[in-house]
Design a protein around this ligand. Structure first.
Ligand code: SAM
Length: 263
């Protein structure tokens, strides 16, 4: 088959290291009847070994040439190629208990993670290759310099583990950054949930808009009506010091005080 010229605009860095491919497939540990959706199959580095262990796989690929290539390479009874931008895909169409896998295009990693969060009820787990720096932020704990809006929002919805690093030499062309693999498992329905997702998003975004400042200063207009002591938030606390559960309780308190709208 003809050579494919890697397209930068689609974040194309193709995995070529077989031992890394094996480690990823081992981490996913697919079983025959699993419903697996791969995002960005590219030249099929993960697609092929996944298909060896599955009855069927769905792959979402934005690049028309790569989608056509995949359709030629694999029987449609085994591989369904959805030629689409994963950022606009309704993942509920693939069913429930989805296992989502992908060596993701790094240029859209945050929007894609947020898009997938809207479908988390349909997901059993997600295994992604991303820029290591992004994964460090995803899994960071309060008090760490990496603890950010991304950490709080994703940890409110998933349990996450960083699995292993992948060096640039494992790809063609090699990216400029070190990569890593993360496992994300949606938290159960009985998790602590904000009364209003919108209010929660607003509070977290505002808090981290000035992460070095004390939270009471950043939220100065709301501060007098916040029950800081009941929430167990110290006067000197900054955005990066506050746990996910406290952010949820803070946003609920703001809704209760009528400072943010429910819904
Ligand atoms: N999975 C392959 C591998 O491991 O070698 C390719 C990984 S490459 C980093 C990212 C892949 O995602 C490319 O195939 C690219 O065309 C595709 N892609 C980029 N943006 C996309 C989008 N918005 N929706 C779906 N696929 C996308």
């Amino acid at each position: 088959m003809s050579q494919h010229q890697a397209r930068k605009r689609f974040g194309q860095n193709f995995l070529t290291d077989e031992s890394v491919v094996e480690s990823i497939v081992r981490a996913v540990d697919p079983a025959r009847g699993d419903t697996v959706v791969e995002i960005g199959p590219g030249l099929s580095a993960l697609t092929r070994p996944l298909l060896e262990r599955l009855d069927h796989l769905t792959a979402v690929e934005i690049d028309r040439d790569l989608a056509a290539r995949l359709r030629k390479q694999f029987d449609e009874s085994r591989l369904t190629v959805v030629e689409a931008d994963a950022l606009t895909v309704d993942f509920s169409q693939f069913g429930g208990a989805l296992r989502v896998v992908g060596n993701l295009p790094y240029n859209i990693s945050s929007p894609l993670l947020f898009h997938l969060m809207t479908w988390a009820d349909h997901v059993r787990d997600q295994h992604f290759m991303l820029q290591r720096e992004v994964i460090d932020r995803m899994v960071a704990q309060p008090g760490s310099g990496d603890f950010s809006r991304l950490s709080v929002m994703l940890q409110s919805r998933y349990r996450m583990h960083k699995l292993f690093d992948v060096p640039p030499e494992a790809f063609d062309p090699p990216p400029k950054v070190v990569s890593a693999i993360v496992r994300m498992v949606p938290l159960p329905a009985e998790r602590l949930r904000p009364v209003s997702e919108r209010a929660f998003e607003t509070v977290v975004a505002r808090a981290f808009s000035q992460r070095r400042k004390m939270l009471r200063r950043v939220l100065a207009d709301w501060a007098p009506q916040v029950p800081w002591e009941a929430l167990d938030i110290l006067p000197t606390a900054r955005a990066e010091d506050i746990s996910v559960d406290r952010y949820i309780r803070l946003s609920d308190a703001l809704v209760e005080a009528g400072l943010l709208q429910a819904g």
